[in-house]
Structure formats: C-alpha cells, structure tokens
Design a protein around this ligand. Structure first.
Ligand code: NAP
Length: 467
C-alpha cells in the first residue's frame, strides 16, 4: 500500500501542504496518507487540463484510441493489485474489486473504439445555395467528481467517454477511496497519456474543489456521481456560469415479482443485486414487492441466499448507523427480521445480510436510500396498483420486474418511471448501454453513444454558396 499518495497535475505527481489519512473499514487501521489539495492545486490542475486540451482535441481519433487502449491494457494488467487496494480501502470482497477494475478497463476499450465513430450530420439546407452540417466537438475541460462505492468504475465511466470525445479531465475521487484512484492514474501515466489530459486532485475539502471548478469558465462541464443532496447543490452552483452538468444520483429501486414469475430465480437474482458491495450500490433493490402467492417460496430462497452471501464491511460507522436506524424503524412498525437485523459488533463496520418481511410503504426503509445489505419484502395482491406504489418515490434510477407475461412486460416497462428497467434479471452496466436515471436520480447518461454525446457539442455550421 502507498505510504503517501500524491496528486497528478499535468506531468507532475504533486505533494500538497497537508495530507489526510485513509482507513481500512474492515479494521479501522490507517492505510496511508494522501495529498490534501486545496483550491490552489485544483486551479493548477485546471490549468494543466486547459493547456492539454487543444492538442488532445486535435489528435486524430485513431491515435487517441491507441492511447486509451493502452490505458485499458495497463489497467487490466494491474487488476489484482488495484483490486487489493480497493478491497483494503473500500471493503468489498477481492473478486468483486478485481472484477470492477476489469470492467473499468472494458469501458475504456469500448470508449476508445467510439472515438472512430464520432460522426457529424448533414441536414437539408434552407434554400438551394445553403448547406448545413452538424460538427461534433468536445465540450472542453471536464471536472469529474466520484463516490466511494465503486472507486474505479465510477472514474472510468467518466474518463472513457470524456477522453473519447476529446475532452481533458480534472477528477476528484471520493475522500474515502483515493488510493484506488491514484492507482488508476498511475496506469494512465504508464500507458503514455499526454500530460494534463487526466489530472487527479485528492482532497478532504470537497466543497472547495467544487467551488473552484464551478467558478472557472474554462471548465465547460461537471460530471458528478454521488448523493442527490450534493447533486442539488452542484445544480444550484452550475446556474451561475450556465455550466453543463451530468448528475448520476441516488436510487430507490423497486422489484416487482408477479404471480407468473419463477420465485426462486427471482430471489436468487435479487440476492445477487442486493448483497453486491454489501448493498452499497445505487442500483440495489430497496423495495421488493412480491405477489402474496409467491411470498413463501421467494422469501425462503432469499433467506437461504442471504445466509450464504459473502459480504465485506460497510464503508464506515455512519453507514452502519443508517442501516440500523432503518431496520429498527421497520421492526418497531411491525416488520420481522427473517435473518440478520442487527449490526455484527466487534471490529470493523460489518452488518449482516438481512431479510425483512411484513414491510410496508410508510417505513423509513421504503422512503430513504438504505445503502446496506437489507432486503425489505412487501407483499401485494393487486397487480394493477403495484406499479403506482413502485413509482411513488422521488427517485427514478432503476427498477426490476419479474414476469413471463409479454403483455405485462411491455405495459409495466412503459409505466415505470425509471431510467433503467430490467425484466427477469439483475443490474447490468455494460459499456454499450446508457446508464442513468430520471427524477431525483439525476440527468445525463454514462455508457453507449449517448454517454459520449454527453461530452460533445454539435456545432451547427451553415454555409452559403456563392454563384
Ligand atoms: P456524496 O457524499 O454525494 O459524495 C460524492 C462525491 O462528491 C465525493 O467525491 C464527495 O467528496 C463529493 N462532494 C461532497 N460534497 C461536495 C460538495 N459540496 N461539492 C463538490 N463535491 C462534493 O455521495 P457518496 O456518499 O460518496 O456516494 C453514495 C451516493 O452515490 C448514493 O446516493 C448513491 O446512490 C450514489 N451513486 C449513484 C450512482 C449513479 O450512477 N446514479 C452510482 C454510484 C453511487 P468526499 O468524498 O470528500 O465527501
């Protein structure tokens, strides 16, 4: 593990005036010290990104793609090392962490290929002597802000499309997981990316970073993934400079298991998506509506899977306190813990995989994002009103439906007010699909050509032909 992590600004690995400590959630032990960059270093990082922008933008697409592919190769080659760093500072099991790094490399590769498909458009002219073209152009310098729950893939999901579009990036990783981010930056440097194309600013003062990038007119876009609360604040700040913004925010995913579904297959998939990363995922099921005719079979399998799940610790004590508050509220209002239901105690910040039955929509757990390994099961009888219950949340990121009825699949998928709907499966975030939400889950998409378009402006060029 690195003793001291430094910020990457232009070609330099810079120390800051101070450092902050990174701790292991599993043990509470310190893992390392990281540069605590203030506004001055953030401004230097924007300088570096602005200086690197013209050459990166002008570089032929296939050369940009070559460099991005080299970065993807470096990342994949270091998957186990970076995975171990991630497990230490974030807590997820090693196989999940290594898988995340490989998936991050895959996103970069896909984005690298997309550089060669940044097509413009020709549209009909307004009169005989007029021609109109739409020219894709990179928006400019981009500031990225990422959360701790997926410390590598949240970064590569921004870097891939931004770099493919020809933007340069200043990125601030989460304070709790900067070591994984530094390891990603090392892979980019080893791949030979030009100085200033990717700058990494670690800090324990996120609001100061936000203020600098929001106030700097050279930063043309901010891409944020994190809580809805911080997202709202950034939206307010972006108004000042009318800055382009993408916000990937919180979620409160419903699962709808209809009477014609296979309850065991549904329970297995729900367990996988619920207990992945100990429930600390924006796509984690938070309200599991199961038709009463399947409830017994579904919950029995879910409990079996919960008891066999391999969970890392939660990120910190605050996370344990929030999960505890949600579970205690549910139990006090009449829910039953079929397994788990109480913090594990002892060293670290563990919470066991928990299944609650008898949950109702008014409980805290059905209104706030829990971000922990608790599966709340709500029974329903009326297939016509359950969609309205699923939609009754300010969030709109992802929803899951279990049914084998084609009519129902299409009707319900259209009625659900979520950016992503999965039928008969778990969450998938392949590079070719646009990931993102509606309502208070944010706007903008990451992945697919829509994700790259989020980093492009289409300049409208009108040319009059002389006679
Ligand atoms: P968070 O507290 O909002 O933090 C996210 C990032 O924003 C961190 O880097 C944080 O820095 C920074 N930040 C905090 N205050 C800021 C400010 N005033 N100005 C600028 N930046 C600021 O969220 P989190 O707890 O790390 O992440 C969990 C949340 O992310 C959940 O709600 C989850 O659903 C959401 N999420 C959404 C998606 C999606 O794609 N929709 C994906 C993953 C996670 P510090 O680390 O220093 O606090």
């Amino acid at each position: 593990m690195a003793d001291t992590g430094r910020a990457l600004i232009g070609a330099e690995w810079r120390e800051a005036d101070g450092t902050f400590t990174v701790y292991a959630p599993a043990t509470g032990q310190p893992l390392g010290e990281v540069a605590d960059c203030g506004p001055e270093l953030t401004a230097r990082a924007v300088d570096a990104a602005a200086e690197a922008f013209p050459a990166w933008r002008a570089m032929p697409a296939h050369e940009r793609a070559d460099l991005m592919r080299a970065a993807a190769r470096e990342l994949a080659a270091r998957a186990e090392t970076i995975g171990a760093i991630m497990t230490a500072e974030q807590g997820k099991p090693l196989a999940e962490a290594t898988g995340e790094v490989l998936s991050g490399a895959d996103h970069l590769l896909w984005a690298a290929e997309e550089t060669r498909r940044l097509y413009g458009e020709t549209v009909p002219g307004a009169h005989a002597d007029n021609r109109i073209w739409l020219l894709p152009e990179p928006v400019g310098v981009v500031a990225g802000i990422t959360p701790w729950n997926f410390p590598v893939s949240m970064i590569t999901r921004k870097l891939g499309p931004a770099l493919a579009a020809g933007c340069t990036v200043v990125l601030k990783p989460a304070e709790l997981t900067p070591l994984s981010a530094i390891a990603v930056a090392e892979a980019f440097v080893a791949a030979g990316l030009p100085a200033g194309v990717f700058n990494l600013v670690t800090t324990s003062r996120p609001a100061e970073f936000g203020a600098v990038v929001m106030a700097d007119p050279r930063v043309r876009k901010v891409s944020f993934t994190g809580s809805t609360e911080v997202g709202r604040e950034l939206i307010r700040q972006s108004a000042q400079d009318v800055k382009r913004l993408s916000v990937e925010l919180g979620g409160h995913a419903p699962v709808l298991v209809f009477p014609d579904a296979d309850p065991v297959a549904a329970a297995r998939a729900v367990a996988r998506s619920k207990f992945l990363n100990a429930g600390q995922a924006c796509t984690a099921p938070n309200r599991i509506y199961v038709h009463s005719s399947l409830a017994a079979a579904f919950t029995a399998e879910l409990v079996r899977r919960a008891e066999a799940a391999e969970l890392g610790p939660l990120i910190d004590e605050r996370a344990v306190a929030k999960v505890t508050r949600h579970v205690e509220d549910a139990l006090a209002r009449g829910a039953t813990a079929l397994t788990g239901g109480r913090a594990s105690g002892g060293r670290g910040t563990s919470y066991p995989a928990t299944v609650l039955s008898g949950v109702t929509d008014d409980m805290l757990i059905c209104r706030e994002e829990t971000f922990g390994p608790v599966a709340p099961v709500l029974e329903f009888d009326d297939c016509d009103t359950v969609v309205a219950r699923a939609n009754a949340t300010p969030y709109g990121l992802t929803a899951y439906v279990w049914t084998n009825d084609l009519n129902r699949t299409i009707r319900i998928a259209e009625e659900l007010q979520f950016g992503m709907v999965t039928v008969n499966g778990g969450p998938l975030a392949p590079p070719q699909a646009p990931f993102g939400g509606v309502k208070s889950s944010g706007y903008g998409r990451e992945g697919g050509h829509h994700g790259v378009a989020d980093y492009l402006e289409y300049k409208y060029l009108s040319v009059g032909l002389g006679r």
